[in-house]
Design a protein around this ligand. Sequence first.
Ligand code: SF4
Length: 528
Amino acid sequence: MRAERIETARRILCVFPRYTSSFGTFEYAYPLTDGVQAFMPPQGLLLIAAYLPANWSVRFIDENIRATTAEDFKWAEAVFVSGMHIQRQQMNDICRRAHAFDLAVAIGGPSVSACPDYYPSFDYLHVGELGDATDDLIARLARDPSRPAQQVVLKTADRLDMTEFPIPAYELADIKRYFLGSIQYSSGCPYQCEFCDIPGLYGRNPRLKTPQQITAELDRLLACGVTGSVYFVDDNFIGNRKAALDLLPHLIEWQKKTGYVMRLACEATLNIAKRSEILEKMREAYFVTIFCGIETPDPDALKAMQKDHNMMVPILEGIATINRYGMEVVSGIIMGLDTDKPDTGEALLAFVDESRIPLLTINLLQALPKTPLWDRLERENRLIDDETRDSNVDFRLPYDQVVSSWRNCMEVAYQPEKLFARYQHQVDYTYANRMPLPVTKEQRTWANIKRGLTMLGKIFWKVGVLGDYRKVFWKFALSRLRNGDIESLISVTLVAHHLIMFARAASVGQQNASNYSVRLREASVPAE
Ligand code: SF4
């Protein structure tokens, strides 16, 4: 549902900041694609764009795709910005550029909601989710779009029910330029892992959209040109297990109706492995990947961070169970925990080998505001405010030792031979368990064929001819070609290439050791 119609029409420029290069944004894969330039369409900003009164004009710019121009700023009457902590410097930069045109600038989203102090120059701070603060912001801009004399902080006390959320304005984004499509079914998580800000920001009782909203959003994404993977950005897809079970039959029907053109992915806690009834339906809905925050294979560490739910089934068993339903596990891993020992890096590398998980986002611990970890470290006087460091945590082990162990893990885990061997295991023991799909007319379009051929051409040239790990690549590629499995050949190589290149840069200190670190680095530039 949109905000109520307001007589005064306004022109709002929504700007999404560039990412700082990170492991999870896949920018090294972009040059191998048919023109991908950014990771995922930003849900929050597109949601606000859709919520604005119907008679307001909205222009959306993702600065990962193109920079905002003087003409854009001259067109606008006010600017909206949203993003995560890692985009903090870029958001402040957008504000500075907009102020050069004397425009009022409002910021919303997860970073400002957790840390309003990070954004002293903005005219309006929108703290919290879509709700009464949003209506207040719209009413103020309708009355007067000029810059207020001092900063105005608007806090959402009354959140809009998610069943009232409009479909994010995907049509404003150049959807084909994104690596993945994105969609959100729920918000919040019932657990309270020590390092995580989700329960503090979004609550412990997951809020939900209806299954009908989700299928309508999928229809819109399809109409906007998404045909590859769509990621459910929910903090925990099984935060409300009943809701997940309610949604899945609708997703299955939708996939059947539209010819299985989409591969689905989500984030969920590892105890999903105990829920065969959910896994079976996810397989039928063609979920192919689950991101699980495994964090560490060390049971003492899991206990200390209040993540005992990861131990409801033995970790390796849980991973193998998920794989049996055709879903690859992607894992979050944290180093620098208080429980880490000098041999933690080696134990982690052994876990990588045993689990055969290809993609693990290995981050150094970072204390986020609004988390129990932050409160504890503050009490212990162990928070460090130093932008030259890769973490704001005063580790128990010496800082240099932790960082060098992280770099070593990145270097070893992502050696091309090891990585492609793990992918080969996935092909044999995970992908083989996926539901065989008929090749539908929706998949066999000329646009899809052209897209596939373009990517194959780039992969063969840039990795198979020019790449320094081409021998390893061809071993994998030839086995896929012999099996006629072009889809795995393309999808694995895109991700593997990013992981190999990112890990190489990380192991010599050229990348952040945390997705959340505010360490000063260049904003992401698609790599050639
Ligand atoms: S299960 Fe995941 S989303 Fe939930 S609190 Fe823990 S880390 Fe956060």
